[in-house]
Ligand binder design. Structure first.
Ligand code: SAJ
Length: 413
């Protein structure tokens, strides 16, 4: 059993906030720490600043019961979880600046016996670096990279694996991998996560856990790239790629994923680069997959351009901006890139629909684009470009599409 009664969670975003809420709902006192005052205020009112099914109900409950409280500065706790973004730089090298800042923010309040867990996806070696940063800030304490099992502080990596849209269920049900800097570190983190995890918890070393997380997302990226490559080949051959994949998948050992407008989100389009950065020479397939998936939005934009050339004043309904169905997350979204390309290349009048956001991202606002409703866009359009398979679009009246040119990047219309 975990002796942990209080946890400080640094980073209250798509992973940190749901994780905090689930811990709090299982009786752990949570101090949520975030640099964004607006997020902190909203969380303390019991209102999530992100969209995730069921999160609002559970957040209100744990805020009202006093089990979860958000703050801008770290406070003492029994354990800390770091759940901040790990973007890449211009050259696709991982950028650990947020992790370093988070680590330095908790260093002053660390005490002997504390556990520090990195949940953020990170390149191999990042958990060691975290331990070194903490040691540099707190020479009065010992850390596992120096003192091994005798350390004052335990340090581990427990990569998040939850799927946006199903986070609260997957947090509890998914198996977890925990990599400790020492076996005792792994065990301490395992005891903590056991508070709510019903899946298996597998223990390993930190480097293997870091690589496992990157591998999961690179696996997915490579497989989506296969589907996207097929979609481009089939387009040239005049074959319906969706029918093709459906048929090929009837084979008992074939399971091709879905082609789309490209791969987005903050994980699958990013994490494979961390493997590439670690070994550029031997990651040829992973690099090729990234190139195929990053090339797909250009292919889609070209298709729209070809269709638009047949109209004097083409009107294009662009349905969806999110990186995937039924989420509000526009990060690394291929749909945003495609709309941006169409606007800068002046392909026609663009009617942009994204029911999950109130405002367009700055990159599109700068191009004088505006959001409109599904009904208005579809009625006025010559070309309907489906970019995201949101439930609202799928429920739309198909008869309205009868006389339109339909470019369906998700194969659902
Ligand atoms: N996509 C396709 N075709 C498919 C599946 C997905 O084009 O057949 C596209 C989606 O439209 C989207 C992107 O890929 O643009 C990624 O979507 P996703 O739903 O596959 O994954 P994410 O990014 O929402 O979440 C992934 C998950 N990882 C894996 O499935 C291996 C999740 O479990 C991780 O926790 C998450 O990354 C993360 O945070 O790393």
């Amino acid at each position: 059993m975990s002796g942990v009664r209080s946890v400080g969670v640094v980073g209250l975003g798509y992973i940190g906030l749901p994780t905090s809420v689930v811990f709090a709902d299982h009786g752990v006192d949570i101090i949520g720490i975030d640099v964004n005052p607006a997020s902190v205020d909203s969380i303390n009112r019991g209102e999530p600043h992100i969209v995730e099914p069921q999160l609002d109900v559970l957040l209100r409950k744990v805020v009202e019961s006093g089990k979860l409280r958000a703050t801008l500065t770290a406070e003492a706790a029994d354990a800390f979880i770091i759940a901040v973004p790990t973007p890449f730089r211009e050259n696709h090298e991982p950028d650990l600046a947020y992790i370093e800042a988070a680590v330095r923010s908790i260093a002053p309040v660390l005490a002997k016996g504390n556990l520090v867990v990195l949940e953020s996806t990170a390149p191999v070696g990042a958990t060691d670096r975290m331990s070194e940063w903490l040691a540099a800030s707190r020479p009065d304490l010992t850390f596992p990279h120096q003192a091994g099992e005798a350390s004052d502080i335990r340090v581990a990596h427990c990569p998040e694996r939850v799927l946006p849209g199903q986070i609260l269920r997957e947090l509890v049900e998914n198996d977890r991998i925990i990599g400790g800097l020492t076996p005792k570190c792994a065990q301490a983190a395992s005891d903590l996560y056991r508070v709510f995890v019903r899946g298996q918890i597998k223990l390993t070393d930190a480097r293997t856990a870091e690589m496992a997380k990157l591998t999961e997302n690179a696996f997915r990226d490579v497989n989506i790239a296969f589907a996207n490559e097929l979609s481009v080949i089939c387009d040239g051959l005049g074959i319906d790629v969706w029918e093709l994949i459906g048929l090929a998948n009837l084979h008992p050992r074939v399971n091709i994923l879905n082609p789309g407008p490209g791969v987005g989100g903050h994980c699958i389009a990013v994490d494979p680069w961390f493997i590439v950065a670690a070994d550029r020479q031997n990651s040829r397939l992973i690099q090729a997959a990234r190139a195929v998936n990053d090339g797909k939005p250009h292919f889609v934009a070209d298709k729209v351009k070809q269709a638009a050339a047949k109209f004097a004043r083409p009107v294009v309904a662009c349905l969806g901006l999110a990186y995937k169905a039924n989420v509000d997350d526009l990060r690394e979204s291929p749909a945003v890139d495609i709309v941006h390309m169409l606007a800068t290349q002046k392909v026609g009048e663009l009617l942009v629909v994204e029911p999950h956001v109130d405002a367009l991202p700055a990159s599109l606002q700068a191009l004088d684009l505006q959001l409109t409703t599904y009904a208005n866009a579809v009625e006025r359009a010559d070309i309907v470009l489906l970019l995201v398979d949101h439930a609202q679009f799928m429920a739309g009246d198909r008869a309205l599409l009868k006389d339109k040119v339909v470019i369906d990047t998700r194969g659902v219309l």
